[in-house]
Design a binder for this molecule. Structure first.
Ligand SMILES: Cc1cc2nc3c(=O)[nH]c(=O)nc-3n(C[C@H](O)[C@H](O)[C@H](O)COP(=O)(O)OP(=O)(O)OC[C@H]3O[C@@H](n4cnc5c(N)ncnc54)[C@H](O)[C@@H]3O)c2cc1C
Ligand code: FES
Length: 260
């Protein structure tokens, strides 16, 4: 297996070796090459003539992405045949940090992808991990069996009660925190879920690392399209990595924000 080296901001061709359906609209794409990166970072995947979009890294050796078919770029990525190439730049952005001994993961939708990668890293570092997953219904639950195969306990919440318990993921995280307090909660999912987890962690005094999604174009702090209200640290300071832009750029300062 070959190793893809820097530079991060230039496109490089990655060869698709496996494209497998995970559910009715989601595929796992596995490439021949590996990527030197951290959980929570993302890549920009470009198909010439179609477009380019950011995708969380689901695995580094080999590079793996999870793609939900919702529009032009994701649909075309589903159509790439094994043996064909996708143009990738990255890794980009700031990922999750491994803190303490116990991490609680909270995933919604394709948020399971970076958190599965994080779970593997946490276990390799000797930490314990547990995952809470939220989905509309059983058919939207992704990769629960992969976490179980790692030995990571899984709590599933579905809005219609068709799998696991009925309700939102915050119900599962509340129970998980009460049972064993984590050193950090790491989450990736829709905005409403992240905001609810942020409030819950604030109330319970739990450190959290939340991955925020924004409209990204350049992925390198130049265009300003991904600017979000800045997440505040506990002491009121901003966890910022760029210094030239006025706001918090999800592409460069994030996508993961940290609150301790
Ligand atoms: C940091 C970051 C990481 C990301 N990681 C992933 C990832 O791991 N996997 C992944 O599939 N996508 C991921 N995305 C989203 C991805 O970049 C694209 O937005 C998505 O693939 C849609 O692009 P498109 O060109 O296919 O469709 P677009 O034309 O951009 O979208 C088509 C329509 O679908 C809506 N839409 C977008 N996403 C969803 C969704 N999840 N469910 C329902 N409707 C939706 C849009 O609002 C729009 O109305 C990530 C985005 C960011 C910023
Ligand atoms: S995507 Fe261009 S500044 Fe963030």
């Amino acid at each position: 297996m070959s190793t893809m080296m820097q530079p991060t901001y230039l496109h490089r061709p990655f060869t698709l070796v496996s494209s497998k359906m995970d559910n009715y609209r989601t595929r796992s794409l596995t490439f021949a090459e590996k990527l030197d990166c951290q959980p929570g970072q993302y890549v920009m995947a470009w198909l010439p003539g179609v477009g380019e979009k950011p995708f969380s890294i689901a695995g580094d050796d080999p590079l793996q992405l999870m793609v939900v078919d919702v529009g032009p770029v994701s649909h075309s990525l589903h159509s790439v045949a094994e043996g064909q190439r996708v143009w990738i730049r990255g890794p980009l952005g700031q990922g999750y940090r491994l803190v303490g001994q116990r991490v609680l993961l909270a995933a919604g939708g394709y948020g399971v992808a970076p958190l599965y990668y994080l779970a593997r890293k946490a276990l390799a570092a000797g930490m314990s991990a547990e995952v809470c997953m939220g989905a509309r219904s059983a058919e939207d639950v992704l990769w629960a069996e992969r976490f179980q195969a790692l030995g990571v306990p899984v709590r599933v919440m579905t809005e219609d009660g068709s799998m696991g318990e009925r309700g939102l993921v915050t119900k599962a995280t509340e129970a998980a925190i009460a049972a064993a307090r984590p050193d950090s909660l790491c989450a990736c999912g829709p905005l409403g879920m992240l905001e609810a987890l942020d409030r819950q962690c604030e109330q319970l005094g739990v450190a959290r690392q939340l991955s925020w999604e924004a409209h990204m174009r350049c992925g390198m702090g130049l265009c300003g399209s991904c600017e979000l209200p800045a997440p505040q640290g506990e002491d009121g300071s901003l966890h910022r990595h760029s210094c030239q832009q006025p706001g918090w750029l999800a592409c460069l300062d994030g996508p993961v924000s940290w609150k301790e």
